[in-house]
Every structure is written in structure tokens, then in C-alpha cells.
Design a protein around this ligand. Sequence first.
Ligand code: C2O
Ligand code: CU
Ligand code: CU
Length: 483
Amino acid sequence: MSGRPISRRRAMGVAAAGAASVAGGTAGWLWSANSAGGGFRPAATAAPLREPRVLSSRGGRLQVELAAAAGVALAGRDTEALGYNGSSPGPTLRVRPGDDLAVRLINGLAEPTNLHTHGLRVSPQGNGDNPFLRIEPGTSFDYLFRIPRDHPTGTFWYHPHRHGLVADQVFGGLGGALLVDDGPDLPVEQDRVLLVTDTTMTVDGVVARPDRMERMQGREGELVLVNGQHQPTLGAAPGTAQRWRVINGCASRVLALRLAGHELDLVARDGAFLPAPESQQRVVLPPGSRADVLVRPTTPGRFPLLSEPVDRGGMGMGGMGGGVRSERVLLATLMAGGPEAKPAPLPPALPAEQPRATTDGKRREVAFTMGMGTAGMSLGIDGRAFDPDRTDQLVRFGTVEEWTVVNTTPMTHPFHLHVWPFVVLATSDNAPLSGTPQDVVLVPPQGWVRLRIPFTAYPGRSVFHCHILDHEDAGMMATIQVR
Ligand code: C2O
Ligand code: CU
Ligand code: CU
């Protein structure tokens, strides 16, 4: 093996040292880097969080151009990373239920791309949220996403979805927030987007290429950024409430959010309100998913927003592949300033939707699988690699199905289905259930999850896959036809 695993171990040692300084209560909260990798390490600036430019619909329509190209500022410097309209993340798109979202995607990359509206309940057909499209370099494509009138208001995001290139392009910097918003729906002083991404760059600002092992495990970047910034600060006054819409836009990393000195009051998951706020010490966010939390400081101080270590299982191979872990990392710091105050009140109830309570369609089982072949390990679903021309699951439109997603591998895989959100009914590890629709769920190693999925909104052909994007690119994706 190469020297890679050694530098990985060294990186873990440094992360552990950083953790100790937090526990010791020293001023060492602002680490200079997330890990030691020999790549670009930004200086800690503690700059205030900036939000991407917001483009809002007017008169029922939002028409935008998104030009994907290399060359954006990241972590305070010019880089060769990728962005939309010159920035990473791209602009925040803000639409209302019932609106038309018209996007001209301009491909300024050196390879094909396309666009996916992750979590939106819109048609997967034609120039809608169609993951089979291939927009060639130097060309453009006009998407039209018609948001239904009864679409829930919440936090979604957009990112490229060209099979085989998704992890590279997302890790490269492509993605942006997409808010469905019908005006203020929570009594908060500030409503912020925190789009978390990770990447690794050389000292010259060139995005690093992962090796085979990193692709198998699902690559994690050395730099973890919030809205493209390294460890920014978020100001707040004690006695006020803020809504943070946290989006996990990392290619593989699982986030486990914890805010020092505070509980996080979870109000929505994957763009769907919970029936009432839930106070949590730690909010786990698989890649692709979102959590809206209320933050309500009461005392002045500096409070780190951390992502705690998450075990992602192992590679098997008799322990040779080792464990796969998302390491502890500092994301940002809450700077509460002003006199002490009582906590801002929590809304007693939230506008949650009432999910379907019965199954009237098929029950089926799908499995994440890993095989040993002549070309090494291969990832798939039901033992097969993705083939866009094959229809893997045929569903009768208008029915509510129950799916068991089985994980036959030693690694955790986040299951994601386009267009049709599901309610998690049970999991093999007894993870807490939200009871509300979501679009990503972690399937434990050698475990399973059971889902109820209403296929009642749209017919059409789309995909489900592992949202560790390296796994998706390796073939851990399948097609579904609803008709
Ligand atoms: Cu966020 Cu099929 O993707
Ligand atoms: Cu998606
Ligand atoms: Cu996976």
C-alpha cells in the first residue's frame, strides 16, 4: 500500500488533539485546519458567516441562469474549485409553492453535468428533475421545475447528478440551497442557510483527486466549509432565536451537529416540519439531508458548532480495510453578545403535514450489496451496478408502498429516493423516528430500514441510490418507474 493510510492516521491524531483543547476549555476553539493532510490549510479568520446571493421568485416564477465552471473563491482564496455563477455554493434559489422554477444550466465544465433538485416533489420527466439528462460541455439546457401548490415549505438543495461524475463535481464545489418559502413561518430574528461542504485542495488551490481506497470508503475532504467559508462566526443576541437551515452538501461525510452550551431545537428534517420542536443534544445529518434547527442563546460567549465523530462502519476484508469514520470537526462558532436574557420562547406547534398512515400497494425489498469481482470490489443494488436503460422497480402510480431497504455490507449507506419522500417506520438499530416525510435515511451495516412511500404525486422514471456519492458513481444506484 502507499503512504496514504499513514497520513490518515496522523490526521486522526491531530483531530484528537484539537478535541482535547476544546474539552479543556482553552481558547483553542479556532483550529487552523480540520486535519493534517499536507494540502491547503486556511488561516482562522473568524469572519462572519456570509450567505450566498438569494434569487427569489416574483409573480409565480423564478428564471435564472446557473453557469457551472471552475474558478471560485473558497475559504478566503482564489481556487480552481467549481461553482455556479462564480461562487461555491451557488446562489440560494427561493421559490413559493405553486411557482415555476426555470433554470438555464450552462455547462462551462470540461465534462458533462446536469442538475437535480434534491428533495423537491416535482416531476422527474422531460426537462423536469430528470437525472438521466446529460448536458455536454459548452452547451446549455433549459430546465423547468413546476412546484406544486401543496408543496411543503422547507429547505432543499440542488446539485449535479451526472452518473459517474457526481462525487467529483460536488466535492469540487457544485451545489446550492433551494428554499420553498411562503413567507415567515417561524418567529425568529434571523433565518440563515448553512450549506456544509468538504473538499481537499493542494496549496495551489487545485481540488485533490481521491485514490481507490478513498472512493471505496466515500471520500471526505480535509477542509470542511460552511457557505464556502472556513470556520466562520455567527453573531446572535441572548434572548433571541435564529433558524439555521443546515444542509449536508458533503460527498460522503456524515455530520453529527452539536452546539456547545446549547440544545438544538429541531424543527424540520429534509424540508418537512416536525409536529413540534424537539430539543436535541446532537443532530445526525447524513449526506444530502437537511436539518432546520432553532438556536436560542441566553448568555454571552463563544460556542463552537461541532460535527462529532460518526462511525460509518468498515470495509470488511477481515479488518484490512479498517473502520470508516467521519472525524470530529469545527464547523463554525456562535458568538453571542449582549446582556444575559431568558431564552426566546419556542413555538408550541409546527405546520407539519399528516403523512399517509396505511399501505395499499406492494411491499418490496431492495438491498445495498457489495461483491468481489475480478476488477476488485463492486458496489451495487441487488447485486447489480446501475444501468440507466434497465428498469429495476416498477411501481403502480397512486399506491402507497412499504419498502425494506437491506444493507448486506459492513459499511453504512444513506438511502435516498428522488421525487417521492418516505416515512421511516422502523430501523434495525432503533434510531429515533421523526414520523414525518424525509428523503435520506442511514441504513446501518448488516441492517435494514422499513419505509412507507406514497407514489401518489407524480408518475415518471427516476432513481434511488446511496448518497455517498462515490458509491452512487460506482453503481450503487437503481432506476424506478412509476406509472
Ligand atoms: Cu442528492 Cu440523487 O441526489
Ligand atoms: Cu436527490
Ligand atoms: Cu454507500
